[in-house]
Structures are given as structure tokens and as C-alpha cells.
Design a protein around this ligand. Sequence first.
Ligand SMILES: [Zn+2]
Length: 258
Amino acid sequence: MPAIRTDAVVLHVFDYLETSRILRLATREAGVQSVLARGARRPKSRFGTALDLFASGTAEIYTKPGRELHTLAGFDVARSRGQLAGDLERFTAASAIAELAMRVATGESHAELYDALVATFDAIGASPAHASIDAGLGGAWHLLAHMGFAPVLDECASCHASIGDDAIASFSHASGGVLCPRCAQLAGNSRQLPPDAREALRAWIGGATARVADEPSRRAHQRLLREFLTEHVTDGRPLRAYDVWERNTLGVATEVAS
Ligand SMILES: [Zn+2]
């Protein structure tokens, strides 16, 4: 059995039989992989507390060609990211990102995607609770850009007519970006994207940060991203963690308003 040592981050954990765990790991060298951690639930497990959700470090994995489930031989944790589990807003944002990473995953090495993923978990963890939504939105668009799904924002996605920075642009999911008024009329179904929303998307796609002005704008951004994922990524299957994240945001906004 060949062994690989690779940077890895825990995206999903579930118990297996009485003493073991199965994990989904995003790795730097081998994309997303499922691994069996034998004995991980024993009190004196050699894995210690390393196998918590969103923890990252160096994994040693024994791979079996042609198999879906590999064996985790060791995991040296570098960052445990307990701050993500300790707060509902951060936790739901990080869970939505982990779900997205698993959904777009391949078994291929994609170092930039791995780095963007880990940076997103760190950004969510470092955010004041409310800003974790902005960090989650930014991370998701950055991951999508690395997967080749970045929307067109500076010219019409259909006819390539230029669209001014200060214009309210129509955004069409089916067309993969903003549309000029003429193409928007032909496309029918589109959302109106104010200049500051387009500015934020541009920053996030490039891996930069952007602050969203207020709660309604945050909810509009979450809705836009969900629709975009539904159109281009999920193949019609529901995004459960994303839905929880979005509903949680809505709940927080209602509390603030009342
Ligand atoms: Zn056009």
C-alpha cells in the first residue's frame, strides 16, 4: 500500500462501528479523500483530539488503488480551529464552505484550491461573528473562481458590450454573469445587481475581502450565491449546510430588527 503525506483539513466526520471514524479530508496533494481512522474513538487513540471538524495538519494516508475508502495512518494537527465550533454563525458558515468543497471535489491535486479553502476557514474563524457571513461569501466565490466558475462582471456575458462600474447591472445565472440592458431583456430572468454588490463580488473572486453594508445586502448575497451554485454546481441536489447557514442568517437578522 503506497503512503502519502500531505497537508489536509477535516471537512466531515462520522462515527464508524464502535471505535472508529470515517473522515472526508481535503488534501493538498490528492484532492478530497475519504479515510478510515481505526480506533479513533478509543480514549487513548493515537489520533488524540486531532480529528475534529475543520482541523488541519499533516495526514499520512495509505491508499489502495481503485478503492474509495483509504486508511488514515496518522494526523499531526497544526490548527484545531475550535473557534469555528464555538459559535453558531461561524460554525454554519464553515459548514457551508466544507459542503461546497466536498461538492466540487475531485481526487486530483489542486494546491491553490486547498490553500483558498484553508484561508477561508481561518478568515471565518478570525471574524467577529457577524462578519463571518462576509468571510463565508468571499471564500465561496474564491473557491468557485479556482474551479473555473467565476461569473463575468465587467462586460455583458452574452454580447461582450462593456458595462460601466456605476451601473446597476442585470445578473443572469444561466448566462454566467452580468448582461447589458438589451441582452437582459432577451434573457428574461435576471437579478438586479447594484454597483457595490458587483464590487464585492469582484473582490471576493480575486481573493480579497469586502465588507457588506447591511443585513438585507448580506441576505441578497447569500441568495445570489445559492442560485449560482444551484445553476452551475449542485446538479439539482440540495445544499443542506448552505440552507442552514442561510436560515441562521435570516434568524439573526430578524432578532436584530425586532
Ligand atoms: Zn449584451
